[in-house]
Ligand binder design. Sequence first.
Ligand code: MRU
Length: 372
Amino acid sequence: MSNNGDNLRSLTFSYENGTAKFTVLDQLALPHETTYVAILKIEDAWDAIRSMRIRGAPLIAIVAVLGLAVELTSNAQTVKELDGLTGGVEEVKTFVFQKMDYLKTSRPTAVNLFNAMEELKGIVDNADNTSREDVVNSIVTHAQYMLERDVSDNKAIGSHGADDLLARHTHPDGVRVVTICNTGSLATAGWGTALGVARELQNRNKLRSIAALETRPYNQGSRLTAYEIMTENMPNPCLICDSMAASYIRAKGADACVVGADRVCANGDTANKIGTFQLSIIAKEMGVDFFVASPFTTLDVDLESGDMIEIEERPPGEMLDSSGAPKGMSCWNPAFDVTPADYITGIITEKGVLRKGADGKFDVKGFVAKHS
Ligand code: MRU
């Protein structure tokens, strides 16, 4: 079966006659219910991100930019406020930048959100924008472009990743993949990053098996990745607890762990879902490749190393409720960890696979400069 990820739509968006319509798939209800929730104003987008109704670094950014487009075109209250601005285009820009700053407070770790806001700010600041209509139109047009670009970048990541893995692993049946969290169509505008590599291998009949770590404490692996794997009929699927990774690799075998990213620093240190770091240690110890799949929108060359990344801590209740612990038990619930570059074999991007240089280090800045 050809696998294009199209039957797992994380959102719907249309813009006609000056009105934007935007819905997101409620990922908290998956896999049991498929419910699309309307985003009618910027607070709805912020809340969908903060509550993790939508999640995944690329999707967070896309929901923010489309939420802004809805806010400026289709929230009657905001349109009225814009009508009331009499201070010219600079006042409109200030108004818009405040909305962007608000969106940036939703979740701290995935850099895609911050990069997307910076990118949009550049678009808004363009000298050609001389009226309120220009500013709003430029945002809506660019938001739609970012939506499309995310899907095409992900497909390119899938293609580069599959090429690279197949060059390294030549078993006639293909590659045995282990992944963590959800990095598929549901985590992006479509197709996915790390799971997109598995999707591409499947399309080439070269996905030998796929193991998904359940992902603690919030179960994006067992609720969302398992759902994508089953929906797409991926071959030899296996759901495992996070604590089973070493035993699984020893018992069943694996060629490569392929994981997503929420922020990749200049030296290659990578923030991703909690549990990724320990998976990388297991991979290194057991001689399994460990690839990070990351679009350029997840690169943060301004941060030299991973110890500078702000790691989001989620409410303890999310962990207590899902673990059966007694209410009131104290716990620590970081959403992400940082995998040091030492443990990473390569970084798969839409421009190709970044490898370490002769000095054993990643040059993310150099790679970005070369491809920008
Ligand atoms: O807390 P989440 O579910 O937003 O975390 C998601 C991850 O860590 C993903 O692996 C990452 O965002 C990459 S998604 C393509």
